[in-house]
Structures are given as C-alpha cells and as structure tokens.
Design a protein around this ligand. Structure first.
Ligand SMILES: C[S@@+](CC[C@H](N)C(=O)[O-])C[C@H]1O[C@@H](n2cnc3c(N)ncnc32)[C@H](O)[C@@H]1O
Length: 254
C-alpha cells in the first residue's frame, strides 16, 4: 500500500510547525513540492527551509509538482475551478504513480492547515475514488486565521458569537451578511473590504503573516480602509505577490 501524508506546515513561520508535523515529515520517503511559478517562489523556499531544518532522516527525495495557473479567461468561476481541479488531479495521480513505489510514504507540505481553502485532500480523495489504492493521513497546521488573530492579539469571536470564514470574492459580491458580527476574509484578490459598508465595522488586517515581511494594521474600517488599500498595493508591487487575511467585526457591542 502507498501512504500519503497531508501535513499542515503553518502559514508563514517555520516555528508554526507542530511536533506531530515534524514526526510525520520524518516518516516520508518522498516530498512533493508544489511549483506555482515565480510569484510563489518564496513559499517554495520556505518548504525547502523547513525540510533542511527538521528532517533527521537521511535519504529522502523531493520531487517538484508543476502546478498550472487557473485559467482566468472564462467568466464562469465554478467551471474554471472544476477544469483546474481536473488538471491538478491528473498531475497528482501521474506523480504518485511514477514517484511513489508501493510500500513507500509520500508527503505534501500544505501551507497553513490542509482543511482550509486547500485542494490537496479533495484531490487525494478523488484519486482514491477512481480506484487508485492509497491510504492517507491529515496533520493539522496553524492557519493564517489563527496567525492573524494571535499576531493582533484579538479573539475571533466575542462571547458565544459565531465567526464566518469566507473569501474576498464572496464578501465583495454579497457584502457582510446580516445577522453576523465577525467575518474572516481570505483569498481576496480585489480589496473586498472596500466594498463593505464601513459604518460600525472594525478591521484587523495582516499580510505575509509569520514571515519577516509581515504587515499588521487595525482600526475602524472607515478610518483606515483606504490606507490599508494603499499599503497592500505597494507591498504587492514590491514583492510581486501578496497573501493577506483580515477579520471584520461589527462594533458597538461589548
Ligand atoms: C489557498 S488559501 C490557503 C489557506 C491555508 N490553507 C491556511 O490554512 O491558512 C490562501 C489564502 O490564505 C491566506 N494566507 C495564507 N498564508 C497567509 C499569510 N502568511 N499571511 C496572510 N494571509 C495568508 C490568504 O488569504 C491567502 O489568499
């Protein structure tokens, strides 16, 4: 039987790695390292640094996993994601077939936590569902959501309140849903916070969390939304890419 370990490595700081993640890494014969092109080179380097720092076991292999860009041509977002997932599934399956001999263990080092806005579990399940025999385990990691809250020293919820985790696209299209006071926004390519009615809303924003380039800003959305937008644009230009996450909260309650 082939075994696959889907290991959350935390969102940016190698110190976010858990003991369980380090132990799992040291069971792996081969690591599949996603290559998402130039803008994500920094993320690939972090994975390589993690291996260099935490692997006690000699003789492991690393194999680059070429990750295609999702097509931006279609206006049907769902269709383009489905087509992209089908491509990813093929690439993963071919890699597992050619690079993971029966009886060996492969690891995917997944950014943040594998259960949050990540396709690896879905892809591995889809490959298994088509009859490819493999067993797999999931090791949780510190997501950008937890990193954001800890770095700002802000709880995600006030007492007994729910928290929504959503995407920039949904927040931009649908707005801050009625009846909810706390929302964490991820995968925001378009500064969705600028589309939210800022009256009575506070924001805690973080970019490049856990890395030496980390930026943290917080305050009333009406006061600092524009400033965050400017900082975000300049940082994106300087680095060539950006990853940011933010918490929005309706204030005026204890
Ligand atoms: C594909 S999702 C992956 C989420 C990841 N699985 C997690 O648990 O954090 C990528 C999004 O996560 C957020 N993100 C991940 N790492 C981050 C970081 N270091 N700083 C800020 N946001 C981050 C951003 O919203 C980014 O668009």
């Amino acid at each position: 039987m082939r075994t696959v370990l889907i290991i959350g490595i935390g969102a940016g700081n190698p110190d976010y790695l858990t003991v369980q993640a380090i132990e799992a890494m040291n069971r792996a014969d081969v690591f599949f390292i996603p290559d998402k092109g130039r803008e994500k080179a920094a993320l690939r380097r972090l994975r390589e640094d993690i291996l260099a720092r935490f692997m006690r076991r000699p003789g492991y292999r690393t194999v680059e996993l070429p990750i295609p860009q999702r097509s931006q041509e279609t206006t049907d977002y769902r269709a383009s994601v489905d087509a992209w997932h089908a491509k990813l599934e093929n690439i993963h399956r071919n890699m597992l077939e050619s690079e993971l001999p029966d009886g060996q263990t492969a690891a995917f080092l997944v950014w943040g936590d594998p259960t949050l806005y990540d396709s690896t579990m879905r892809i591995v399940e889809a490959i298994r569902a088509k009859g490819f025999a493999l067993d797999y385990e999931v090791i949780p990691g510190i997501s950008a959501v937890q990193a954001l809250a800890a770095r700002h020293r802000v709880p995600l919820n006030r007492i007994a309140e729910p928290v929504l985790i959503t995407t920039g696209r949904r927040m931009g299209d649908d707005g801050f849903p009625d009846g909810l006071d706390n929302a964490v926004v991820m995968l925001d390519g378009e500064r969705a916070f600028e589309k939210v009615d800022p009256a009575g809303v506070e924001i805690w924003w973080g970019a490049y969390l856990g890395t030496p380039d980390e930026i943290l800003m917080s305050g009333k959305l009406a006061d600092i939304g524009g400033e965050i937008g400017g900082v975000r644009d300049r940082a994106r230009q300087q680095h060539g890419w950006i990853m940011d996450t933010y918490l929005l909260r309706r204030i005026g309650k204890p």
